[in-house]
Design a protein around this ligand. Sequence first.
Ligand code: GLC
Length: 550
Amino acid sequence: MSSEAGEWWRSAVIYQVYLRSFADGNGDGVGDIAGLRSRLGYVRDLGVDAIWINPWYPSPMADAGYDVIDQRDIDPAYGTLAEAEALIAEAHDHGLRVILDVVPNHTSELRAWFQEALVGGPGSRARDRYHFRNGRGEHGELPPNNWTSEFGGLAWTRVTEPDGEPGQWYLHLFSPQQPDLNWDHPDVRADFEHTLRFWFDRGVDGFRIDVAHYLIKDDLLPDLQQARYASGEHPHWDREALHDIYRSWRRIADSYDPPRVFVAEAWVESPQRLVRYVRSDELHTAFNFDFLASPWLPGAMKDMIDATLDAHASVAAPSTWVLSNHDVARHVSRYARPQREGIERFLDDFLDRPADLAVGTRRARAAILQMLALPGCAYVYMGEELGLPEVEDLADDVLLDPMFQRSGMISRGRDGCRVPLPWSGHSAPFGFSPGPVRTWLPQPDDWGIYSVARQTDDASSMLELYRTALRMRRLLPALGDGCLQWLSMPEGALGFAREPGFLCVVNYSAAPVVLPDDAVILLASDEFDPGAGVPADTTVWLDVGGPPGR
Ligand code: GLC
């Protein structure tokens, strides 16, 4: 790895802990800090460098914790601030860095600021911290503009004023329980700077920034047009003024020793727009969602990898690679479908096609070896190391994601990738909770086959593949930060070289790929006969004579 020790984030593999679903310590069916603390050894042994923990702050959970009441405290369902501090220290003792989620676009409707704004009434200073506006129409009965919520429906909700009359409207680009903050207000900026320092002072190594591209809105809140906007001109998306915020956050992160880091969640239109967030005086990294949304097709994959690497090289930032997270359908299930060009990430996008989970699993094994060989840092979403599929048949009455209700119960939402992990045993809760209890989302009856206990020491399991690959990635000097050279390959396959002495070959097609004579197989995503060539949906790591590993 070419990165200096101080720039650990350029090569890191970061494990996403969706806390509600990772491990339950107190037996109430909801994952918590105690559960995570008890499983830190598992995370360390997996071979990752850091954990990213989804929001654990006090929240009424209208959007699974992305509706935050107080970003400087812990929700009682997850534990206490003292437990959080202990977790941070213990993770460090295990050699794991800790990244938290910061949610700057909106708060919970139950945050004191928003309650003050409701009580304060029109024109009150408290309303300035959010986006309150009078409605249109004769009696203000129409929303101030035509913006819609990410979860479906209007992006505006009308409030009842203190006098009991219908009054102003407030903006929420997500659910009505998540009012958008006004980032032109100095209190908002100061409050988030306080939050960053609060956690940095407690040893936290960095933040993942929730919807980092949304914070700034055009003051005039104009109607959205049908026509495409020029880059940076959209009224609430990827606007120029965001970058000043992130420059100021970078200064805060750099004032710590060692410097703290950021990763942006920014779903923007192109890699060129994305890398504007990771210029040298802004954020360190940004999730590369083009990779996650890319179909398992070699042409699309290669174009996307090239575009990503070129764009990141232009600002000297490392690329990130991610296959799954808590917002998209698990990739085993995405890859289990016949693949088609274009972007697909939600369960709804591919329910029209039958799943072959054996194919999806085989591709997922090939995909992780491809991902871990690419230059830059990588994210692993908890449970993907177990090969978990999306749970596609959750009953309507257990779905909690606001996407489901707000879409008029049309979208299945994101609950299917958030089902609690199976750790051991043959029946629910599969060791997730210490005793028999209903988990917050039900686990499928057959999930024992995916459990950690079942897969441990089974050399053919997904878990052991992840462990081996992550261990090797640490040892191979060619992997992590750096660059790649494409190899000339038969149609349907991709191959690239990394210096020193490493090749990665991925066969997406049915035609076997012959390996170079001098290559030694380091690791393959599935067993095969080298004489017969690399079979379909298989990735191979090859040693072609680099210096000995570190
Ligand atoms: C991000 C989160 C997602 C959440 C949304 C609103 O996209 O990853 O889970 O619903 O922001 O905060």
